[in-house]
Design a protein around this ligand. Structure first.
Ligand SMILES: Nc1ncnc2c1ncn2[C@@H]1O[C@H](COP(=O)(O)OP(=O)(O)OP(=O)(O)O)[C@@H](O)[C@H]1O
Ligand SMILES: [Mg+2]
Length: 348
């Protein structure tokens, strides 16, 4: 904000010009406070007015701004964490305003960088998680290979080879899941938009799951669906349903039933996958949709789970403008519902 910048070819009338600048700064979400060379406050935008309140967080921001305005550091920078709620992270900046070497005053800014900070955290966690998840089967492969090298007994060799194959399979599944998650996230929306019969989506997913259900001695019951139609990407939707059915089968005990039912509502189409399995503790319900989150990592490892399935389901739902709901009772079973917007042309 040098003097010359304050005097562009705009309105000739100085009061009008400063009124315009003031209004423009009021539109910013960032907090802006300006003091003159003597340290007297000459301007505060609307966001900064809000800080005059009595809230604790506001007092912390005000104190940080005062520091930024009185500091003699040229480019003052500081991050301020507010515990909230909501938790926020602010970047506080202080800049000397000078022209031709002459001090005009100082500017302090505060803006919310919580979203950026979250993205950085998520990315860091993700890399750490992926590395950890890859490390385990790779470590297993190395020690199995070592054991194999010294082995002469044919039966033991066969067993080791079998385990090597299983670890390699685990790695392949993990990589496939990562690739499909990244594809679904990158698509950010629906790849191929088609009108799809819900009954056909369910049938396709059930067909993929038939073998696994059989092997686990689980009866897969597909309830007759109404003629519901959704608009979306068949691959993504079938993959979401397969993931839900896969969980329902994996987290059930032999002899149990898994039911899949489509239903048409006024504004949505629901596809519910219910099981009579182990259920999910209430305190974990919020977290199971996070990438790599597993209620019981040991059980999940035995069943080959990587904790990416529900993250995929949630993304698919979001890409279609829908959501996933869960209701569960520990020890008696869970119901996951994929809720999609109905096709307006087929809403009753
Ligand atoms: N139907 C269910 N019954 C009980 N627990 C479930 C059910 N579905 C999911 N969970 C729990 O939620 C966790 C996360 O599920 P998710 O599908 O994301 O991962 P996973 O099944 O462990 O691995 P993946 O699906 O990537 O192979 C599971 O580890 C399990 O603890
Ligand atoms: Mg799963």
């Amino acid at each position: 904000l040098s003097r010359s910048e304050l005097q562009p070819d705009g309105p000739r009338d100085p009061p009008l010009r400063s009124a315009l600048l003031r209004r423009a700064l009021d539109e910013l979400e960032a907090v802006v406070v300006i003091v003159d060379a003597q340290g007297r406050e000459v301007f505060r935008n609307r966001a900064a007015m809000g800080l005059l309140g009595a809230r604790h967080g506001d007092a912390l921001i005000a104190a940080a701004l005062t520091e930024a305005l009185t500091s003699d550091v040229t480019g003052y920078r500081r991050e301020l964490d507010l515990l909230g709620p909501p938790r926020r992270r602010l970047l506080i900046r202080g800049e000397a305003l000078t022209e031709d070497g002459e001090a005009l005053g100082r500017l302090a800014l505060a803006h919310d960088i919580s979203e950026q900070a979250k993205v950085v955290d998520v990315r860091r966690d993700f890399v750490a998680n992926v590395s950890h998840e890859l490390r385990t089967p790779v470590g297993g492969l190395v020690s199995l290979a070592d054991a194999l090298e010294e082995e002469t007994d044919r039966a033991v060799i066969d067993r080791l080879v079998h385990r090597i194959r299983a670890e390699a399979q685990r790695l392949a599944t993990l990589i496939d899941d990562l690739l499909s998650l990244s594809r679904i996230e990158a698509e950010g929306s629906v790849g191929q938009r088609r009108r799809l019969a819900v009954a056909e989506l369910i049938a396709a997913a059930a067909e993929r799951m038939a073998g696994a259900a059989d092997a686990a001695d689980i009866e897969l019951v597909v309830e007759p669906s109404p003629d519901a139609v959704v608009v979306g990407d068949a691959d993504q939707l079938i993959s979401a349903l397969t993931n839900l059915m896969d969980n329902a089968v994996k987290y059930s005990n032999a002899g149990g039933k898994v039911r899949v039912a489509g239903s048409q509502h006024r504004h949505s189409v629901d596809i519910a996958v219910s099981d009579e399995g182990i259920g999910i503790p209430a305190e974990d319900l919020d977290r199971i949709f996070e990438r790599f989150y597993r209620v019981d990592p040991a059980r999940s490892r035995r069943t080959g789970g990587t904790g990416l399935g529900l993250a995929i389901v949630r993304h698919v739902a979001a890409n279609h403008g829908g959501e996933v709901l869960v209701a569960s009772q520990e020890g008696s079973g869970s119901t996951f519902t994929l809720r999609l917007p109905g096709d307006p042309r087929s809403t009753p």
